[in-house]
Design a protein around this ligand. Structure first.
Ligand code: NAD
Length: 502
């Protein structure tokens, strides 16, 4: 049993909800349900705080962010424990995602100035008398709505980059992981002397909706595509721009010359870690038919000792409603003719799902077409890498994926229609802070992480400064026919040289 965490802002009259330990149903914490008025008040406070935070220099913000990074690092066990209790994931897995988040905070803090600060650009011959600069200005207040599956790493991809760009943040964590969200905001608030630069509003979907319809200047959403649609519709009311980071159905492609034991190890981890509740998890594998049997034998052998349960390497299913979806995908695949290698329909328990691997899974089964978000893996043979790419891309999603190959790895990776691909590893791109992260299609749009992730929380501001009088004054009613003639000649010299295509 663990002591229940009472949120400090809960009073007798505030409606509350409980976060539960998915491994055993224990109450982990009690948190307030923020009303529309509470959310609007938080956004107003954030707007005030933005006057201070946004006016700091990049170097000053870097100092605060790096101090926060050090606080998280020193108290990593504390945060990992809350995440472990709320999500059910093993403590070591909780720590791993925090480590990745720490690296991202550091990168965003250290690179914001170079990427967002004023940069000179060439003015071109026509405007040679102008000095041109572009810089990226903060938007004001950014609303962030997060999921529960990686309750630190995922929202920090938006929160940290938005803060580094000079915005203040109001964060609505998932109702399954409110304690993690509160911890992150509390430690940041400690670092900035109590100023409401990064606040949390806890609650259910309605609180999220209130954030969408509030006066935030941008809304960064991570969660399911279904909720993403509601978020976009709500944000449309005020023309608030959105980023949508939604689900996926990522594949791993294994060519005939791949290192098969390594590919199997990666596929197993990509599919089963975090109980398969990973947006960029491996849900499908397409293996060249020449090595299909060897690959399946290898992964079956490696999966033998892997179990889900208390104290095991795989934790419970965090969201009880997902259990039924996982079972329905397994059952649909079996009904349509898939072969069960390990696990199966009986693998689905009340809280835990045992690893389930199936082969020859029909492409029209939900195990292939829909996000399963559980510890299941479909492995299918392909005749060629062309077929592997075609089947991989025959999905409404387009988040990430992996390729295992010696000779053609990069070529195959480029042909996969998704935002991120790792060659000869899984999910490596997520741990490289300089790389943008996000999807296409129903996996969403917009980017977190990297230079694109910083720019996502800004607007571009272009300035020209006249250095000297122009040779030809074009933007004046005093422009005469001679000037028109001269500028026509100049443009022909500059751009008229290319002959028609043969
Ligand atoms: P979800 O869509 O159920 O909930 C996400 C968040 O939206 C929660 O905080 C929830 O309270 C809030 N919400 C619910 N209704 C709302 C409404 N009407 N308006 C505003 N907010 C509302 O998703 P989830 O179950 O928490 O997360 C799992 C999903 O997230 C999976 O599909 C997974 O693939 C995806 N995910 C994507 C990424 C990515 O980066 N692309 C990362 C992690 C998870």
């Amino acid at each position: 049993m663990t002591a229940t965490i009472e949120s400090p802002s809960t009073t007798a009259s505030t409606p509350t909800f409980e976060s539960l330990n998915p491994a055993n149903g224990d109450v982990v914490g009690v948190h307030p349900i923020a009303s529309k008025a509470d959310v609007d008040a938080a956004v107003e406070r954030a707007r005030e705080a933005a006057n201070w935070w946004g006016a700091l220099t990049f170097d000053e913000r870097e100092e605060y962010l790096l101090t926060w990074r050090s606080v998280i690092t020193r108290r990593i066990a504390q945060l990992a424990q809350i995440s472990h209790l709320e999500t059910g994931k093993p403590h070591g897995d909780a720590q791993l995602e925090i480590i990745m988040a720490i690296d991202h905070i550091t990168w965003a803090a250290k690179h914001a100035k170079k990427i967002l600060g004023p940069q000179k650009v060439k003015s071109g011959l026509l405007m040679a008398n102008q000095a041109s600069t572009v810089e990226y200005k903060s938007l004001g207040v950014v609303g962030v709505i997060g999921p529960w599956n990686y309750p630190v790493f995922t929202p920090c991809g938006s929160i940290t980059y938005a803060l580094a760009a000079g915005n203040t943040v109001v964060f609505k964590p998932s109702e399954y992981t409110p304690g993690v969200g509160q911890w992150l905001a509390d430690t940041f608030t400690e670092v900035v002397g109590g100023r409401p630069v990064f606040q949390v509003v806890t609650g259910l979907g309605e609180t999220g909706n209130a954030l969408c319809t509030s006066a935030v200047n941008k809304l960064a959403f991570t969660g399911s595509g279904a909720t993403g649609r509601k978020v976009m519709m709500a944000c449309a009311e005020r023309l608030t721009p959105v980023i949508i980071e939604a689900g996926g159905k990522d594949s791993m492609i294994v060519d005939h010359d791949a290192d098969l034991p390594k590919a199997a190890e990666a596929a197993l981890w990509g599919a089963m870690s975090n109980a398969g509740q990973t947006c960029i998890g491996t849900e499908r594998v397409y293996v060249h038919e020449k090595v299909f049997d060897t690959f399946v034998a290898e992964i079956t052998e490696q999966a033998k000792e892997l179990k889900s349960g208390a104290g095991e390497k795989i934790g419970p299913i965090t969201m009880p409603s997902q259990i039924g979806i996982i079972k329905s995908h397994i059952d649909d695949a079996i009904a349509k003719g898939a072969t069960v290698v390990t696990g199966g329909s009986d693998a689905v328990g009340e809280r835990f799902v045992q690893p389930t691997i199936m082969t020859n899974v029909p492409e029209n089964s939900t195990e292939i077409t829909e996000e399963t978000f559980g510890p299941t893996l479909a492995i299918n043979p392909v005749k060629s890498m062309d077929e592997a790419v075609q089947l991989t891309n025959a999905t409404k999603y387009g988040l990430a994926g992996a390729v295992f190959a010696k000779k053609n790895g990069m070529d195959i990776a480029r042909r996969v229609r998704s935002g991120m691909t790792s060659v000869n590893s899984v999910v490596a791109f997520a741990a490289v802070p300089a790389l943008p992260f996000g999807g296409v299609g129903e996996s969403g749009f917009g980017r977190i992480h990297g230079p694109d992730g910083l720019k996502e929380f800004t607007y571009a501001k272009s300035i020209t400064r006249q250095k000297f009088k122009p040779m030809m004054m074009l933007t004046s009613f005093a422009r005469d026919a001679k000037t028109d003639n001269n500028v026509a000649k100049l443009i022909t010299v500059m751009h008229g040289g290319k002959k028609t295509l043969k």
